[in-house]
Write a protein that binds this ligand. Sequence first.
Ligand SMILES: [Fe+2]
Ligand SMILES: [Fe+2]
Length: 170
Amino acid sequence: MALRSVDVLIQEHRAVERVLETLEGLIDDFLTNPEVPDAAKQELGEVSDYLARDLVLHIQKEDQGLFPALGKFLPTNEGPIAVMLHEHREIDQTHQELAQGIAELEQHPSVGGKAAAQIRDHGRCLIQELRAHLYKEERVLFPFAETCLGEEDDRVILRKFDSLAVGSRQ
Ligand SMILES: [Fe+2]
Ligand SMILES: [Fe+2]
């Protein structure tokens, strides 16, 4: 059955993709400027805030909401859930490296500098990791969830989403 919880996650994927497109455009623009322009710094700050707040919350919703419910049908220490959990840790690591580069941009605004290189390398890596990750969730794990979870599971998962969202605002 169609699940509202999965629908919420898919909507969030579309938002993540829009932010990745922005990030990709900003990184491409680096190549044509000697210094990262102020407008780009501002946009990168917004991307960083989005990732720290919304992407982290999205990952928590899967780790603590959807995946435990799927754990009744699939092992969580191997197979697709284990792969997704591992990718979440990798995405988080890459995101931290990117955020560090963005935070250092104020002191090192040169496009040839260390902060810009960190943004370029880890930004590109994050774009690639996330696009592949979202694709796998939507092709494999979410359809599986919709074949095996029911209304009551959906309600429990949505309640967990709500409590995580409240927690993330505090
Ligand atoms: Fe995920
Ligand atoms: Fe996801």
